[in-house]
Design a binder for this molecule. Structure first.
Ligand code: PMP
Length: 361
């Protein structure tokens, strides 16, 4: 009987160069996964200095746009597939089908194709054109779902229906798969801790926008295992909350966070209070990070930076507050990120002066 591993390794063997003839199918798959891990994780941590209300402060930011496909989602896509292989949940020739707001689709497309799978991505039709084009460019099929067809929840429903009618479909189910959190616990969280250790610091707080919640739960689990007093704050768009209401209210422009429901893997009772960032403020902050510091990041990164600054305001000038830049600005070139955003009273982005950064660890 052929196993998933045997079939996948045949592709690897055919191209020959990197795995040679040595080792059995299982070892060859292990090698392939190890090569992929060279491209995922171990991202730079930056210490960003800024001036706010006349005081100079520093926050720490993990640059997740340095992953293989340019987002934090590569970590969980590779980890989930690795676990699915080891538990024999994915077979040769299986099609990976996932409902996603974009970055997950890009991650599963690239990593799935690298492992020899066909990939189908189902997503709402109102997300940026760049996301759809990138997924298609990676050889995956994109299925777009309108608001009338159910939007995000409709995308998930369709993926479940496809799995029910076709046994060759593998569903990663990122919103309920605990390996999504574990990926961040074993990699992102641990890396943050170790990078801060290299400058003799430990985190006081971590904040991150919640999409699936994998980042906040996983990083939170690791940091709490090292220091139970560390504060772990989920972030959501001020205009369009989900976490603090239980259901999505209104709409917002911070793609990748605050989808239409609270994901099963998010355990609010294990987290500290929800931090909010306005989408206009997040756009201006992302623009400032690019224009002032040359850090070309996406809109949710701007939101996370605002969250970190808010928390530092609360915890004190010397507090060690950590967040992530989840992706780069490249997928938002057709969005409001490239336009002048009207300034509103109370924005952090216009009161904060970004000063400089240095790499840590
Ligand atoms: N920012 C962006 C740009 C994203 O694509 C995502 C993932 N949807 C997130 C933040 C949130 O990450 P997580 O799913 O781990 O909560």
């Amino acid at each position: 009987m052929k196993t998933a591993i045997a079939e996948t390794s045949k592709d690897i063997e055919d191209c020959g160069c990197y795995n040679g003839s040595a080792g059995n199918a299982e070892e060859q798959l292990k090698n392939k996964l190890a090569h992929l891990w060279h491209m995922v994780g171990n991202t730079p941590l930056l210490e960003i200095s800024y001036r706010y209300k006349g005081k100079c402060r520093k926050v720490y930011v993990k640059c997740e746009h340095y992953n293989l496909t340019g987002s934090i989602k590569d970590r969980m896509a590779l980890y989930i597939l690795q676990k699915a292989y080891s538990e024999k949940l994915i077979q040769p020739g299986n099609t990976i089908v996932e409902a996603t707001s974009g970055n997950t689709g890009i991650a599963f497309s690239a990593i799935g194709r690298a492992l020899g799978h066909n990939v189908k991505i189902i997503m709402p039709n109102w997300l940026s054109k760049e996301r759809v084009d990138i997924i298609s460019s990676l050889g995956a099929e994109v299925i777009l779902i309108s608001k009338e067809q159910g939007g995000f929840l409709g995308s998930i429903k369709l993926s479940e229906e496809m799995a029910q009618t076709d046994t060759s479909v593998f569903l990663p189910r990122q919103f309920e798969n605990l390996y999504n959190c574990e990926a961040h616990e074993k990699t992102t969280g641990k890396e943050i801790w170790m990078q801060l250790q290299s400058i003799d610091k430990t985190p006081d707080a971590f904040v991150a926008g919640v999409g699936t919640g994998g980042t906040i739960m996983g990083v939170g689990n690791y940091l709490k295992s090292r220091n139970p007093r560390v504060r772990i704050h989920p972030l959501e768009p001020a205009e369009s909350p989900t976490l603090s209401t239980g259901y999505k209210v209104g709409s917002h422009r911070i793609q990748g966070i605050s989808d239409e429901f609270i994901p099963a893997i998010v355990k609010l009772d294990q987290l500290d209070k929800v931090v909010k960032a306005s989408d206009g403020d997040s756009i201006i902050m992302a623009q400032q990070l690019s224009r002032k510091l040359g850090l070309a990041v996406g809109i949710s990164s701007g939101a996370n930076m605002i969250g970190a600054i808010q928390l530092q305001e609360e915890l004190g000038d010397q507090s060690v507050v950590v967040t992530v830049f989840s992706d780069s600005n490249k997928k938002y070139l057709s969005t409001d990120l490239m336009k002048e955003e009207p300034v509103k009273a109370g924005y952090y982005s216009t009161d904060v002066e970004l000063l400089d950064y240095r790499g840590i660890g």
